[in-house]
Design a protein around this ligand. Structure first.
Ligand code: GDP
Ligand code: IMO
Ligand code: MG
Length: 430
């Protein structure tokens, strides 16, 4: 028996929420370990849609423990709002099935104000952040200025910490011409959430150690994707955390060996929200068609996602840098009906051929995709229940992807619905 970590292998929105939901049937504990409410994970169960941002996707199943790990950055109001919202959809959320790690850093109001002010100041060079203050919160965490959830229990200490943090924020806010903040207002605002949040707070690493001792199955739920990883992604057009499975250990308080099978969620084509390089982007009718068929609008910000062909060179790089054991290939159904499909197998950068995506932002911006073309299929894949049900051309497409990315397809997803999923392997015993 092993644990499973679910991570995105592209630029996010690969369908992690759906696959975590499918796998959580087998799991006892589901843990988020990085990111914040920049994430938007969609679950479709019997025609009912749940959009989750901070809550682990296991929350909708009864008798599963959901943990928000220390690597996540939590906006108290956003979390409380989401709890209420998901409860109103009939999901039971209590301290019995939701645990918030005591050492989680909090997103405060100045973080999103500054995130947006900095984006505006970047003008045409903006990063296209979600404006949720994610990067600013991680900055404060690393600078040792952060406020952690455990600080909410000690009012004098909390005020001292806020004083220290605001002395920094107010300089920045002034510089951007925004209103400065005072400790009393921020403290009073935080206290309104504290009372409601504290019942969920506990020692996550200890609960995970218990899970380990009891032989419970742990499912780690990543947010964003490898190409948005602060080290391995398309820097500076990235998020501010490590999105690779290795972060699951540090971001929840378990040993590296506990991570187990690493499943990279991979869309059968490519999308990206926000700015930054995207070699296979289709700025044409084919791109529009992918967007329409795939309903490619952001779950968090509603922004239209940029769409393009499958980039095998990029996903292979994610497989290697992230230690991905196998992938869940999602949204194969979106490709039904195309005459031809292109797959990027490398790049041409200033006349030189690359089989990887170099780190330099200058090279990344100049990379032209090198394509191979495959025949498409006309049949509807949504009703396929096994690999054998797929049209021959779809099988060829999937098999070629496996070969190019050097990793097997362990799960195939052919619609947003929980039930339209072909699971090839029991990952918890892989
Ligand atoms: P996440 O951020 O990785 O969890 O992905 P999102 O939920 O942001 O975006 C994925 C979108 O694709 C959601 O609207 C899902 O309901 C949908 N989706 C997931 N898997 C499939 C699939 O196999 N086929 C289709 N057509 N849609 C899918
Ligand atoms: P899920 O978990 C897609 C992108 C933003 C922006 C960059 C930095 O749903 O896959 P940030 O607000 O994190 O500082 O923005 O990262 N981004 C995502 N794109 N899916 C996500 O999450 C994302 N979370 C952040 O669009 O380009
Ligand atoms: Mg998403």
């Amino acid at each position: 028996m092993t644990n499973v970590a679910v991570v995105g292998s592209q630029w996010g929105d690969e369908g992690k929420g759906k696959i975590v939901d499918v796998l959580s049937k087998e799991a006892d504990v589901v843990v988020r370990f990085q990111g914040g409410h920049n994430a938007g994970h969609t679950l479709v169960i019997d025609g009912k849609t749940y959009k989750l941002h901070l809550l682990p996707s296991g929350i909708v199943r009864p008798n599963k423990l959901s943990i928000i790990g220390n690597g996540v950055v939590v906006n108290p109001e956003a979390l409380l709002g989401e709890i209420e919202n998901v409860k109103s959809q009939g999901v039971d959320i209590t301290p019995d099935n939701l645990l918030l790690a005591e050492n989680t850093n909090l997103i405060l109001p100045a973080h999103s104000v500054l995130d947006n002010a900095m984006e505006e100041a970047r003008g045409a060079k903006k990063l296209g952040t979600t404006g949720r203050g994610i990067g600013l919160c991680y900055e404060d965490k690393v600078a040792r200025r952060g406020i952690r959830i455990c600080d909410l229990e000690h009012s004098d200490y909390l005020k001292e910490r806020l004083e220290n943090m605001l002395s920094h924020h107010n300089v920045l806010l002034k510089g951007f011409g925004a209103d400065t903040l005072n400790v009393t207002d921020v403290y009073d605002e935080l206290m309104k959430s504290a009372e409601k949040l504290l019942p969920y707070v506990g020692v996550a690493w200890k609960r995970l150690d218990e899970a380990h001792k009891k032989g419970e199955k742990i499912l780690f739920e990543g947010a964003q994707g490898h190409m948005l990883d602060v080290d391995h992604g398309t820097y500076p057009f990235v998020t501010s955390s490590n999105t690779v499975a290795a972060q699951a250990a540090a971001g929840s308080g378990v040993g590296a060996k506990e991570i187990g099978y690493v499943l990279g969620i991979t869309k059968a084509y490519t999308t990206r929200v926000g700015t930054g390089p995207f070699p296979t982007e289709l700025d044409n009718a084919e791109g529009e068609l992918l967007g329409q068929r795939g309903h490619e609008f952001g779950t968090t910000t509603g922004r239209k996602r940029r769409c393009g062909w499958f980039d095998a060179a990029l996903v292979r790089q994610s497989v290697k840098t992230g230690g991905i054991d196998g992938i869940a290939l999602t949204k194969l159904d979106v490709l039904d009906g195309f005459d031809e499909l292109k797959i990027c197998v490398g790049y041409d950068i200033n006349g030189e051929r690359y089989d990887h995506y170099p780190a330099s932002a200058v090279h990344q911006a100049n990379a032209k995709p090198v394509y191979e073309t495959m025949k498409g299929w006309k049949e509807d894949t949504q009703k396929a229940r096994s690999f054998a049900d797929l049209p021959a051309e779809a099988v060829k497409y999937v098999k070629y992807i496996e070969e190019l990315i050097e990793a097997p397809v362990a799960i195939l997803s052919v619609s947003p619905d929980r039930d339209d999923t072909i699971v090839m392997q029991d990952l918890f015993s892989a």
